[in-house]
Ligand binder design. Structure first.
Ligand SMILES: *Cc1c(COP(=O)(O)O)cnc(C)c1O
Length: 375
C-alpha cells in the first residue's frame, strides 16, 4: 500500500529525465505542433469527416470476404501494386504517357511531395483556409509554409498569389479543387494563371472529384509543372488509405524513390482491386450523396441566422453568427457530430461544416440544428 519513497522519487526523476531529453532532441518545430485530433464518434451520427455514409450490400461483403481468404499475410505486399495500378489507370482513364504513384492515403503523397521538393531554404504555398495537411507536412519536412488568404467569398486571391510566387518562388503550390473546408471549386482561369506564373510544381488536390464533376486530369499534358492528386477516401473507401498522384513520368519517377517499398498493404491492394471491379456500387452512392447535398443546401439556405456557402463536395460549410460553439455543443448533445471550424482561422469565424450523410442522418442533423437555432 505504502509505496517506498525511493521508488516514487526515482520514477519522478526518470520522468524529468525523459522530459528533458524530449525537449532537447525533438525539433522545436515539431514540439510546437498540435497533434491532428480526431474526436470519438461512438454512438453518434458521424457527419464530421467527409466519409461516404453507405456500406456495401451483404452479398458484396460476402464476396469480398471470400477474396480476402486467399491473402497470404505472411508475405510482403506486391511492392509496385501492379494489378491495383492497372485497374486504377482504367478507372481514371489515365493516358499511358502519364505516371502514377500510390500513397497510403493522399496524406502520404503530400508528405512524399514535400520530402522531394521541400526542405531547408524552400517554401510551399497554399491558399488559406485549405487542407491542414499541407502545412503540417511542411513543418514535418522543415519546409517553410506560406498561406495566402482566400477572398471574402473564398475565391483565390490571384493577385496576392502571383505576388507571393514572385517573391518566394515556392517549390510546390497545393490547390484543393474543390477546396476543403470551404467546399467551392476555384475558377479555372485563376488556377491557370497560377500554374503559368510559377516555376515550381502545382498540385491540384482532387479529393472530392467524385462530387465535383470538374477535373484537371485531362489537362496534365498541357503543362510542365502540373500534378493531379486523388484519393478513394471520400468516394467511400476511407478505411483503405489509397491515394493517387498523377503527372509527367519524369516528376513521378523521382517521387517513387521516396515512396516506402510496401506502403500499400496487401489488404488494401486486394480490397482496392475488388472495389474497382464493383465500382457501380459507388456510382450509385455518389449520385445519392450529390442529390442529398442539393436538398441540404436548399434547406440550410432557408434557415434564418444561417449563411450557407456553395459546395461541389460531399460537405457543406455554413456560418452561424456568434453561436458556432454553442450550436456545435447542442448538436453533439442531440447525438450529431459535425466539425467546428470556428476558432481554427480568422476566415472561418462562426463556421461549421457538415458532411452529407444518408437521408435519415441529414434529417436528424436538420432537426437538431433547427432546435439549436431557436434555443
Ligand atoms: C480528405 C482530404 C485529403 C486526404 O485524403 P486521404 O487520401 O484520406 O489521405 C486530401 N486532400 C483533401 C483536400 C482532403 O479533404
Amino acid at each position: 500500500m505504502n509505496m517506498p519513497d525511493l521508488s516514487n522519487s526515482s520514477q519522478a526523476n526518470l520522468d524529468k529525465d525523459i522530459q528533458a531529453r524530449v525537449s532537447r532532441w525533438v525539433r522545436p518545430a515539431v514540439q510546437e505542433l498540435k497533434a491532428y485530433a480526431v474526436p470519438n464518434a461512438d454512438g453518434l451520427v458521424k457527419l464530421d469527416a467527409m466519409e461516404n455514409p453507405y456500406c456495401w450490400p451483404d452479398a458484396l461483403v460476402a464476396e469480398w470476404i471470400e477474396v480476402l481468404k486467399t491473402v497470404e499475410l505472411n508475405r510482403y505486399p506486391e511492392p509496385q501494386a501492379d494489378k491495383l495500378k492497372a485497374l486504377l489507370r482504367q478507372h481514371l482513364g489515365l493516358a499511358d504517357e502519364l505516371g502514377l504513384v500510390l500513397g497510403n492515403g493522399s496524406d502520404e503523397l503530400i508528405q512524399i511531395l514535400q520530402l522531394s521538393v521541400g526542405g531547408a531554404g524552400r517554401c510551399v504555398l497554399a491558399p488559406t483556409p485549405s487542407f491542414v495537411m499541407y502545412e503540417l507536412t511542411a513543418v514535418a519536412t522543415g519546409t517553410r509554409f506560406i498561406g495566402v488568404p482566400l477572398t471574402q467569398s473564398f475565391e483565390l486571391n490571384v493577385e496576392a498569389m502571383l505576388k507571393t510566387i514572385e517573391q518566394h518562388n515556392p517549390a510546390v503550390i497545393f490547390i484543393a479543387y474543390p477546396n476543403n473546408p470551404t467546399g467551392n471549386l476555384f475558377r479555372l482561369e485563376d488556377i491557370d494563371k497560377i500554374i503559368t506564373a510559377t516555376d515550381g510544381l502545382v498540385v491540384i488536390d482532387e479529393a472530392y472529384e467524385a462530387y465535383a464533376e470538374s477535373s484537371y486530369l485531362s489537362r496534365i499534358e498541357s503543362f510542365p509543372n502540373l500534378l493531379v492528386m486523388r484519393t478513394l477516401s471520400k468516394l467511400g473507401l476511407a478505411g483503405l488509405r489509397l491515394g493517387m498522384l498523377m503527372g509527367p513520368k519524369d516528376w513521378l519517377a523521382q517521387f517513387e524513390k521516396l515512396r516506402l517499398p510496401y506502403n500499400i498493404n496487401t489488404l488494401s491492394q486486394i480490397s482496392g482491386e475488388f472495389s474497382l471491379r464493383h465500382k457501380s456500387v459507388f456510382v450509385e452512392q455518389v449520385e445519392n450523396i450529390r442529390s442529398e447535398r442539393e436538398l441540404l443546401l436548399g434547406k440550410l439556405a432557408k434557415l434564418a441566422g444561417v449563411r450557407v456557402y456553395p459546395s461541389k463536395a460531399n460537405f457543406i460549410l455554413f456560418k452561424v453568427a456568434e453561436r458556432a460553439s454553442s450550436i456545435y455543443a447542442k448538436l453533439l448533445a442531440d447525438g450529431v457530430l459535425i466539425k467546428k471550424l470556428d476558432g481554427s482561422a480568422e476566415a472561418l469565424k462562426d463556421c461549421l461544416r457538415v458532411t452529407v450523410g444518408t437521408p435519415a442522418e441529414n434529417c436528424q442533423f436538420m432537426t437538431a440544428l433547427q432546435k439549436a437555432l431557436i434555443n
